[in-house]
Write a protein that binds this ligand. Structure first.
Ligand code: CO8
Length: 257
């Protein structure tokens, strides 16, 4: 039997989704994207999973949309391309998500990594939006997320030239949180996920929602949204536990309530 296109494993409270289509360098076919979206959505609904890592292999995270399938698609078919619907599904996941990138993250692969909330890159990682070389532009959020994270000038360079950016440069630009050793990129990403997973889960989700609001809203509306999310956090049992534990000088025990 063929191996699944996404390997799913839960380690402690961390869901690890490993893209598994090596023969096409993890090109993001509709079948792979469907399984990835279904996997992370299931974890998002599972209280036991408190952080998610999306990873590739040592040599490639993902080579982007499936160029073979795209090359055969007519304009009319492109208007209803099935892959388009997976991006909002992934973006709607409330559980914090970390991309663990080693080797290439190109086109849709780079966009998938940017969609995650944090990004750990191996020292071998290379990010790029090479769509312009194929006569198209990024379609999985790359132009918008890059411009928001690294600014217009840098985003323009990546989108208009297709130049590949090494992980260390991505770190200097601000879209890579952490550059990891070639031998330990996945472990370092999982370690970061475990730190998030140990935090009170409602506060972690509210924090994610509040930071993401900054990408969508003007400052006054964003501050208002933050205020409402803060009030929700104040209503949780975990905040009572967190504050009592601090005052009693003991480690907290969060229950996600
Ligand atoms: N799609 C399909 N097949 C691919 C892809 C891909 N993106 N990338 C690699 N493959 C296949 C190759 O065709 C080859 O297959 P075969 O063995 O049958 O010939 C196999 O994988 C191995 O490829 P290479 O021999 O090229 O392997 P290398 O290790 O030498 O190079 C690279 C790996 C650097 C990843 C290289 O293959 C490459 O440059 N690939 C294309 C990268 C690219 O252009 N990506 C952008 C695609 S466009 C896009 O992502 C738009 C996103 C829009 C999303 C929103 C939709 C609504």
């Amino acid at each position: 039997m063929a191996e699944p296109l996404v390997l799913a494993e839960v380690r402690d409270a961390v869901g690890i989704a490993t893209l598994n289509r090596p023969e096409a360098r993890n090109a993001l076919s509709p079948e792979l994207m469907e399984l990835l979206a279904a996997t992370v959505e299931a974890w998002d609904a599972d209280e036991a999973v408190r952080c998610i890592v999306i990873a590739g292999t040592d040599d490639f995270f993902a080579s982007g949309a499936d160029v073979k399938a795209m090359s055969e698609r007519t304009f009319q078919e492109a208007l209803v391309t099935p892959t388009a619907r997976f991006w909002p599904r992934l973006a709607a996941v409330r559980t914090p998500m970390i991309a663990a990138v080693s080797g290439y993250a190109l086109g849709g692969g780079c966009e998938l990594a940017l969609l995650c909330d944090m990004l750990v890159a191996s020292e071998t990682a290379e990010f790029g939006q090479p769509e312009v070389l194929l006569g198209i532009i990024p379609g999985g959020g790359g132009t918008q997320r890059l411009a928001r994270v690294i600014g217009k000038q840098q985003a323009m360079e990546m989108v208009l030239t297709g130049r590949r950016v090494p992980g260390a440069e991505g770190h200097a630009m601000g879209f890579v949180n952490q550059v990891a050793k070639k031998s330990s990129w996945l472990e370092e990403a999982i370690e970061l996920a475990q730190v998030v997973a140990a935090r009170p889960p409602i506060a972690a989700r509210l924090g994610k929602q509040a930071v993401l609001a900054a990408e969508e809203t003007p400052l006054t509306a964003g501050l208002e949204q933050e205020r409402r999310l803060y009030e929700i956090a104040m209503a949780t049992e975990d905040r009572i536990e967190g504050m009592n534990a601090f005052l009693e000088k003991r480690p907290p025990s969060f229950r996600g309530r």
